[in-house]
Design a protein around this ligand. Structure first.
Ligand code: FES
Ligand SMILES: [Fe+2]
Length: 319
């Protein structure tokens, strides 16, 4: 069988929403530098609490707004000569000039804060953001923990992280799980995988675990797991450059009291276990080579379908 393999190579980054942090990690008035999609950025939050992402470099003489920029209300002031930029990126104030050059502007990236996460919209073609990130009712709900989370910087390309969801043959050798059933659906910007695997309960007895994991766009996946505890797992990544990315993982768990020491310990143990699970994959990703045309066999998962789905985020759409 000849597959048509979409090209997922290189020099480009996918279009979509990407998580740049959890809400609690960016306080009102805070400014920090970042680098994503091979672009230097300044991430900040207005005094009223709105997250903002700007291109880093001031159009005046090029200072980095993320290193020493000062938030004043809904504006940010450059650390070098104190030009002030409003929350759309337009320069509105130069303390020592009579006239602001009309083109003085930094690019402001679309942002979204939802479910306790701050996200940015990346589209090389400059298209409008799409609204596909779901509201998770479990976030902030009675009886659920807040996000218990971890972040890691790893050396790989985002396509490897995404391909993992269709790669059923790795569950046994890498994660030690037996896949009892697997189903994948690709619809518009979402890719959903439903699996039943073997797992162990609190007493170490072999049980079955049902997980429904959905990617919303190319970089944000929520998984719902039922079993011992109902759990939502966040798996989100954002490219730093062609070969490095930030991987964020988070847990919302029902039925453990995160205000108690026991609850907190349980949450921490769980996120550590998840972290360990991801790093079983990371150990492979960091050393592997991408295969544009892999040699597959009949027991492999729907890797071609997954790649076709993922390729949509690399194609420019008319805007
Ligand atoms: S470099 Fe930013 S105000 Fe001069
Ligand atoms: Fe995996």
């Amino acid at each position: 069988m000849t597959e048509h393999w979409p090209s997922l190579t290189t020099g480009r980054f996918p279009r979509g929403w990407f998580v740049i942090g959890f809400s609690e990690e960016l306080e009102s008035g805070q400014v920090r530098p970042a680098r994503y999609f091979d672009i230097d950025l300044a991430i900040w939050r207005t005094s009223a609490g709105e997250p903002r992402v700007f291109d880093a470099f001031c159009p005046h003489l090029g200072a980095h707004l993320g290193h020493g920029g000062q938030v004043e209300g809904d504006s940010i002031r450059c650390p070098f000569h104190a030009w002030g930029f409003d929350s759309t990126g337009k320069c509105t104030d130069i303390p020592y000039a009579k006239r602001v050059p009309p083109k003085a502007q930094v690019r402001s990236w679309p942002t979204l804060e939802r479910n306790g996460m701050v996200m940015l919209w990346h589209d090389p073609a400059g298209g409008q953001p799409e609204d596909y990130v779901p509201i998770m009712d479990e976030f902030g709900a009675e009886g659920w923990t807040p996000w218990v989370h971890r972040m890691a910087q790893i050396k790989t390309h985002p396509r490897e992280v995404v391909e993992n969801v269709a790669d059923i043959a790795h569950f046994g050798p890498i994660h030690g799980n037996e896949v009892l059933s697997f189903d994948a659906k690709f619809e518009g910007p979402t890719a959903t995988q439903s699996t039943r695997t073997t797992a162990y309960d609190k007493k170490g007895r072999l049980t079955k675990q049902r997980t429904v994991a959905t990617y919303y766009g190319p970089g944000i996946q929520f998984s719902k797991m039922d079993g011992e505890f109902n759990t939502i797992i966040l798996n989100a990544h954002i490219p730093i450059d062609e070969n490095n990315l930030e991987l964020r993982m988070g847990l919302l768990v029902q039925g453990i009291d995160y205000d108690t020491r026991l609850g907190r310990t349980l949450g921490e143990m769980w996120i550590d276990a998840l972290h360990t699970g991801y790093f079983q994959d990371v150990a492979i990703w960091e050393h592997k080579q991408w295969q544009d045309e892999p040699m597959l066999c009949d027991g492999d998962g729907p890797i071609a379908d997954l790649r076709r789905w993922y390729a949509q985020f690399y194609e420019d759409i008319a805007c």
